[in-house]
Design a protein around this ligand. Structure first.
Ligand code: PMT
Length: 224
């Protein structure tokens, strides 16, 4: 990593889960630890990029030199990302954004009782799909796909629907990949139709691989 191959590039990475509160002490979330996103931010910074890391709540410290924007909910992540993405050359969304939020957030703690309660949820905005619609020329957009079935097919549909250059698909049922573990087993899927199937490796190594391909995509954009 001595070669500063991402020098002069602005890179935005998202990481971690979101929390969708329905009262002051209770929320809907997912098991994302932030490890994958923080590894990406660390590698981008070591490669010389100016890195902004928009992160949901995690227990990880921001890598040195990375500017951390902490957020809690999907709506907060949406505002933070949509505001900054237009001036970024590369955006990588590794965050596990909550697809739904409770439609009402009670100001007081809901009292425990014997009766059933129902939490109604409404869809959150799809941040990456919005970035895909606004993608400017030269910008490289990378998404992740957390899948349990038909990994490549489902990830490819997300790549097309969200207008991405590359999607990183991980099988979240495999104990060596996905949420919270230190390793990941991913397939990189490109707009061209190419699929690169990588063996299980540490999330730091996955991040290095991802940036090898991102650098290629950036070069192609610049017309090298
Ligand atoms: O954090 P770790 O513990 O290291 O775990 C890593 C990980 C499993 C969280 C990561 O590898 C991963 O797969 N991240 C994406 C999780 C996810 O939300 O996948 P998805 O298939 O539901 O979403 C597809 C893409 O759209 C993702 O890039 C996601 O960030 C984005 N998205 C999703 C919903 C939404 N409302 N807005 C979005 O931008």
């Amino acid at each position: 990593l001595t070669e500063k191959s991402l020098k002069c590039l602005n890179v935005l990475v998202t990481a971690g889960p979101t929390r969708e509160f329905f009262d002051p002490v209770r929320f809907i979330s997912n098991p994302s630890s932030g490890k994958m996103g923080y590894a990406l931010a660390r590698v981008a910074s070591l490669k010389g990029a100016e890195v902004c890391l928009v992160s949901g709540p995690t227990h990880i410290e921001a890598p040195p030199g990375v500017s951390l924007i902490p957020v809690v909910s999907a709506l907060e992540m949406h505002s933070a990302v949509v505001e900054r993405a237009p001036r970024c050359d590369v955006v990588i969304m590794a965050a596990a954004v909550g697809d739904y939020r409770p439609d009402v957030q009670s100001e007081s703690k809901i009292k425990k009782g014997d009766k059933e309660i129902t939490i109604r949820v409404v869809p959150n905005p799809d941040i990456l799909a919005e970035l895909g619609r606004q993608k400017r020329e030269g910008q490289v957009l990378v998404g992740f796909a957390a899948e349990t079935d038909d990994i490549v097919e489902n990830a490819r549909l997300k790549l097309l629907k969200k207008n991405l250059d590359m999607i990183v698909a991980n099988d979240v049922r495999d104990p060596r990949s996905g949420f919270a573990v230190d390793t990941n087993r991913v397939k990189l899927i490109f707009g061209s139709g190419d699929v690169v199937d990588l063996p299980p490796m540490s999330k730091d190594e996955v991040a290095l691989k991802i940036f090898d391909y991102v650098e290629e995509l950036v070069k192609r954009r610049e017309g090298f």
